[in-house]
Design a protein. Structure first.
Ligand code: FAD
Ligand code: NAD
Length: 481
């Protein structure tokens, strides 16, 4: 602790990046205060984002018997008449446990926590407006801004948190819709659209772009959209939303060209905005962009004011809990002069839609754009014995391989277990491995991971030059007695 400041580190926000920064600094023996305006610690990740959406997904897959339908048919259900209450029950338990773990981590590591809204008074001091209405002033040597984002709510959308909602509202529904319109086919929109579709809700996805999930390999997206359409999901792509009206108590999306999409609920997921508006950034010498985001050095996470760091979603791309956790750790290490090796080049994306998508490294399109000669290998999960045992009908794994070096360039998976399976590909990619790893390694059998081997053989069959027939063995020399 310095003479003039109460804490070595103040972290604003207790989401993934704030929590990791705080605990890392505490492990260095530093005094740390975490400030969060939320009722409980955990941030967007625990209360409205990652954990609630993944818990809802798991609940829906379990109660609908989704994973067993390959064998028992589409009418199979573990529970009939699934209600909003069924979904909320598991959510409450899961969230309570997550908060408990986090509070215990803070307590064990001596991290102080103050509930309240923080704003800058000067570059080292913050005022905290507590829920009781008091103001407490605190100061620190180093500060991490980890305030995250909130749903973008444009004024022309008639949000009422009942039939027109954003991703914060959708987790506390008191009834399930029969028809859901989702505006915004980004990751959040697609995850919720497919979760509700698995509940047999009629879903329409609207996006102003011509495609969805543009950063994902196109062949994979085509396979994914085929599976969704097969389950009744409608797409209205390349359609500009002109207005949302409430007609006879139902939200109607009016699209350019006169199309109308009526549902009994509308989920608006067209992006998020940085939660910086109440920080009084001017007092510390920083300013945010038009979407409330801050700029930070991608290696150290320092802002333009060197003792102030910014981590997590507030700095924009890639806006993942996984990457935010790492950013928090790196910021704390840099702040307290500990070297950290640079992060491995490739990190995975996990999209927890139904079915799951996960991807790491170059897509086929990336390889083409960069002019890297490549070949692909594809495996269908149904070709693996494990996939057959599980009754999987969909699902594929695709490898992108550099032709000249046989180096693995990317892995793209859609289907059951994709977000776990991807880490095999990620390890091979970051360790500079080649196609030969998958050809030569022995895999457990039967597993879905065997799809790596099947895909590798597929790639090898396309890459390997047909070896010329070996010459016949020479005639044995005549032996004269
Ligand atoms: C629906 C949804 C699903 C998601 N699913 C995934 C997923 O499956 N995998 C994944 O990797 N990522 C996922 N994400 C993204 C992930 O949640 C974020 O990347 C992550 O939460 C960002 O962490 P953060 O450190 O920026 O803080 P956040 O989790 O955004 O938390 C910020 C905290 O700061 C507090 N705060 C803000 N302003 C102030 C202030 N002035 N004073 C005090 N406190 C303040 C807030 O109350 C909040 O608690 C999802 C996001 C959403 C919305
Ligand atoms: N599994 C995960 O890792 C996960 C899950 C959820 C969210 N996240 C993170 O959260 C962040 C925010 O996600 P998001 O889905 O809200 O935002 P996004 O920016 O990724 O997607 C928004 C989508 O809405 C569309 N859109 C914007 N305005 C529109 C309009 N007026 N009409 C129709 N369509 C419109 C855009 O074309 C885009 O496809 C992402 O960056 C993502 O990384 C990650």
């Amino acid at each position: 602790m310095t003479e003039s400041h109460e804490y070595d580190l103040i972290v604003i926000g207790s989401g993934p990046s704030g929590r990791r920064a705080a605990i890392q600094a505490a492990k260095f023996g530093r005094t740390v205060l975490v400030i969060d305006r939320g009722a409980r610690v955990g941030g967007v990740s625990v209360h409205t984002g990652t954990i609630p959406s993944k818990t809802l997904r798991e609940t829906v897959l379990n109660l609908t018997g989704w994973r067993e339908r390959g064998f028992y048919g589409m009418a199979y259900r573990v529970k009939t008449d699934i209600s909003a209450g069924d979904l909320r029950a598991r959510l409450a338990k899961t969230l309570e446990y997550e908060v408990d773990v986090l509070e215990h981590q803070f307590a064990r590591n001596g991290v102080a926590v103050q509930r309240g809204l923080a704003h800058f008074v000067d570059p080292h001091r913050l005022d905290i407006l507590t829920p009781a209405g008091d103001t407490r002033t605190v100061s620190a040597d180093k500060i991490v801004i980890a305030v995250g984002t909130r749903p973008y709510r444009p004024p022309h959308v008639p949000f009422d948190d009942r039939i027109v909602l954003d991703s914060d509202g959708i987790i506390s529904l008191d009834r399930l819709p029969r028809a859901l319109t989702v505006v915004g086919g980004g990751v959040i929109g697609i995850e919720y659209a497919t979760i509700f579709s698995a509940l047999d809700v009629r879903v329409t996805i609207i996006d102003s772009k011509d495609g969805i999930l543009e950063f994902v390999d196109r062949e994979l997206v085509a396979n994914f959209m085929h599976q969704l359409r097969d389950h009744g999901v409608n797409f209205r792509l390349g359609a500009r939303l002109e207005a949302i009206r409430i007609e006879s108590g139902q939200p109607v999306a009016l699209l350019e060209g006169g199309q109308r999409v009526r549902g009994d609920m509308l989920l608006y997921t067209a992006g998020r905005a940085g939660a910086t508006d109440q920080l009084n950034l001017a007092a510390c010498g920083l300013h945010a962009d038009h979407r409330g985001r801050l700029k930070a050095d991608p290696k150290t996470f320092q802002t333009a004011v060197p003792h102030i760091y910014a981590t997590g979603d507030v700095i924009g791309f890639p806006s993942l809990a996984s990457t935010s956790l790492e950013q928090g750790r790196i910021a704390a290490c840099h702040a307290f002069h500990r070297d950290v090796p640079p992060a491995p080049e490739f990190f995975p994306y996990g999209i927890y839609s139904v079915p799951e998508i996960s991807t790491v490294g170059m897509s086929e399109e990336d390889a083409r754009t960069r002019g890297v000669p490549y070949e692909c290998g594809v495996a269908r999960f149904r070709e693996t014995s494990r996939g057959n045992i599980m009754g999987l009908r969909g699902g594929m794994l695709k490898l992108v391989i550099a032709l000249e070096t046989r180096r693995l360039l990317g892995v793209h998976i859609v289907g059951e277990g994709a977000t776990e399976l991807i880490h095999i590909g990620q390890a091979v990619l970051n360790l500079g491995g080649t196609l030969d790893y998958f050809l030569d390694a022995t895999f457990n059998y039967p597993t879905l991971a065997e799809a790596y081997k099947v895909a590798a053989f597929d790639a090898w069959n396309r890459i390997a030059p047909r070896a010329p027939e070996p010459p016949p063995p020479p005639d044995p020399p005549e032996i004269t007695p």
